[in-house]
Design a protein around this ligand. Structure first.
Ligand SMILES: [Fe+2]
Length: 335
């Protein structure tokens, strides 16, 4: 890792695997200028340079902070709170993943088993309520593997438009509907094992139905007590402030990772008009995404901020005795 720009308040670094788009890097890497000895110093540094850091994040889609004194859920809470963004709690989210809260703001990233790959997605883009930014904190990196792949969705959609304008137009104009099945009880062994009671923050069938109605879902109760829910039409593509379009959806994760979807995509996702999404199209999108993906190889103490609209994230499988601990704090949308 080489340091660049040594005299400025904000010090950046380069790694060989970083992507470059025109003059911009992805992700941008901020390193300690040696003045941040404590988390309080770090928050002061953030506040003093927030405009520059936010401009970098807006351009890059992801910022990595390396070498700062952040070493626990508590210091991560203080660091992420230092930006002053509105908190997005796990409880109020409709996330399908089972997670554990450490502080009001901080919880575990997906608890799925270490050999399970979590494929690229925008956090909660398959629900009507999603966070605008994600903070990740690596308390302990895995012995081997466990990177967080980050993918530039705006570049991916640009590539798709160039290669298959009809399909790109269908995504943009029709939007998507997602079908998910929420189990009767939490299943920690699944990447999406959160029960319907927990997902919807309800206690009874009546409350669940009222909540689904309010969110515009349709639903069906299954014999085993699980709940099959279909979203209202959600966007597949959104336009960002700078005019770029981003592939803001859950298609890759669903196609690559949701049970049975690769065989029959329309069991889980359709276009907004209920028509089927061509399987070859999904296959190709998943392939194309690899060109725009950077693997964030965690070091202990790293913190990343990901613009949830511009960049997707996932989790590579990992191995070894060391327990990988990556914590998350989410920022509510102001859109
Ligand atoms: Fe995620």
């Amino acid at each position: 890792m080489n340091n660049v720009n040594d005299t400025a308040a904000v010090k950046y670094a380069r790694v060989p695997t970083q992507h470059t788009y025109n003059d911009d890097v992805f992700p941008q890497i901020v390193v300690n200028n040696d003045n941040c000895k404590t988390v309080a110093d770090t928050v002061e540094f953030v506040k003093a340079n927030q405009a520059e850091l936010e401009a970098q994040l807006a351009k890059a889609g992801a910022l990595l902070f390396r070498g700062f004194p952040i070493d626990s859920a508590e210091t991560f809470d203080v660091f992420s709170a230092g930006f002053g963004y509105p908190n997005f709690t796990y409880q109020e989210s409709l996330s399908n993943a089972v997670r554990i809260n450490f502080t009001e703001r901080v919880f575990t990233a997906n608890e799925a088993p270490k050999d399970v790959e979590i494929f690229l997605h925008h956090e909660m883009a398959q629900t009507p309520i999603s966070p605008s930014k994600l903070f990740f904190f690596c308390q302990y990196a895995a012995d081997e593997g466990g990177a967080t792949p980050l993918c530039r969705s705006d570049k991916l959609f640009e590539a798709l438009k160039a290669e298959n304008p009809e399909l790109a137009r269908d995504f943009k104009e029709k939007g998507l509907k997602y079908t998910t099945t929420m189990p009767a009880a939490n299943d920690a062994n699944s990447g999406q094992g959160r029960s319907w009671k927990s997902t919807l923050s309800v206690e009874s069938v009546e409350e669940a139905e009222a909540k689904l109605q309010e969110l515009g879902y349709s639903w069906q109760w299954m014999d085993d007590g699980s709940l099959k829910a279909i979203t209202p039409v959600l966007p597949a593509v959104i336009e960002l402030d700078d005019g770029s379009e981003t592939f803001y959806n859950q298609l890759i994760a669903a196609y690559m990772g949701w049970k049975g979807v690769r065989e029959n995509p329309s069991s889980a996702i359709t276009f907004g008009d209920d028509s089927a999404i061509p399987k070859e199209g999904l296959e190709r999108v998943a392939e194309l995404s690899e060109d725009f993906t950077f693997d964030l190889e965690w070091q202990d103490g790293d913190v990343a901020i990901v613009d949830n609209y511009r960049a997707m994230h996932g989790r590579r499988p990992y191995s070894g005795d060391r327990k990988r601990v990556v914590l998350v704090a989410l920022v509510a949308s102001e859109r």
